[in-house]
Design a protein around this ligand. Sequence first.
Ligand code: SAM
Length: 365
Amino acid sequence: MNNAMNGAKEERDYFLSVLSTFKNYRERSLNYINYKEKCIESLPHNHKELLEKYKEDLNTYKKCVEKNAELIPLVLQHAHKIFDNFYSNDEGEQPEKIGSLSDDRVQVVFKQLMRDWSDLGANERKQCYDPIIEEILENYPEDINARGHFNILVPGAGLGRLAFEIASRGFSCQGNEFNLFMLVVSYYVLNLCTDVDQYEIYPWIHQYCNYLKPDGQMTSVKFPDIKPSPTPDSKFSMTAGDFLEVYMDSDEWHCVATCFFIDCAPNVVQFVERIYMILKPGGLWVNLGPLMYHYSGIHNEKSVEPSFERLCEIIKKIGFVMEKCKTGLKTKYCQNPQSMLQYEYDSVFFVCRKPIEVKPEESMT
Ligand SMILES: C[S@@+](CC[C@H](N)C(=O)[O-])C[C@H]1O[C@@H](n2cnc3c(N)ncnc32)[C@H](O)[C@@H]1O
C-alpha cells in the first residue's frame, strides 16, 4: 500500500472508531454504574442498608443514560453522509480491529450540546459569544443585506452555535472543526433537527461528585433551543479538518473569530501566524477565552505556554495592531449550575487588525 492509501485507511479506521465509541456509549456507561452497584454489594451489610437510597439513585441514573443513548442511533444514521461517503467501507472489507476511544469523548459532546443549543446554555453563550458578535457588528455595515460579502471564519467551532449566530446576522460565515465527535453531532443539529426542544439529554449524568441532591447529577436540558436549520440563502458552512491544514491561502478572510480556541494549539504562535496570514489586509481578529493550553504537560508534546503578556508581544511582533484588550471577563464552560464545583475563567478579550499596509520587513518573512 502506498502512503496515500495508508493515510486514507488510517483516517477511515479512525472515523469507524469514533462511530464505535458512540455505539458503545450505552453499554459502557451502564457497565460503569453496574460496577458501582457491585462495589456497594461488597460492603458490610449495615453499609449496604445505609446506602439503599443511593442505590436507587444509581438506578435512576441508568434511565438517564438510556435517554442519552436514544440520541446516538439517530445521529449516526447520517454520519457517513457528512463526508460524502468518503469513509464508507464499500469493499465490504472489515477493518481488522476497530477499537473504541475514551468514553469522555461522547460525554463532552453532551455537555457541549448544553452550551451551544439549550436554554440553560444561554448564560454561557452570553458571556462568551456576545462580546465577539457585538464587536463584529460594530465593524461591519448596519444593513443586514450589505453583510453577505464579508466572510468570517470561526476555527474550533465546536457544535457551531457561534458561527451559526454570525451567519444569522447576514455574514458569510464558516465554522471549522477537527473533532469528529463534534462534527457528527453538529451536522445533525444544524441540518436535521426539526423542532425546538426536540430532545432531552442529561449532560452531567457521568459526573458523580459535588451535588447537594441526587437531582443535580440528573440536570437535564432540551435542545435545540431554536430551530437551527440554515435557510437556503444563508451563507453558513462548516468544514472538517485541522485549522492549520485546511486554511493555507493568504489574504482570504475579512474576519477570524476565535472563542476558547487559541490555547488548543501545542504552539500558539503557529495559530497566531496563520490567522495573520489568512486575514485580508485590514482584516479583523476577535478573540475571547482563557489560556488553558490544552497540550501543557502532555508527554512528548512540544507545548509552549506563554502568559498573556508574552502572547500580546508575540501578536504585535507578528504584525497585528491590537485595537482592544480586556482581561477578567467572567466566563464559564459547560458548567452544571447545580454542582458545588463552579469553574469560572477570567478570560481575555482582544481585537486585532492586520494592517492594510504591510511593512517591507514583514512581507519578506
Ligand atoms: C474548547 S473548544 C471551544 C468550542 C467553541 N468555540 C466554544 O467556545 O464552545 C475548542 C474546539 O476547537 C477544536 N479544535 C482544537 N484544535 C483544532 C484545530 N487545530 N483545528 C480545528 N479545530 C480544532 C476542538 O475540537 C474543540 O471543539
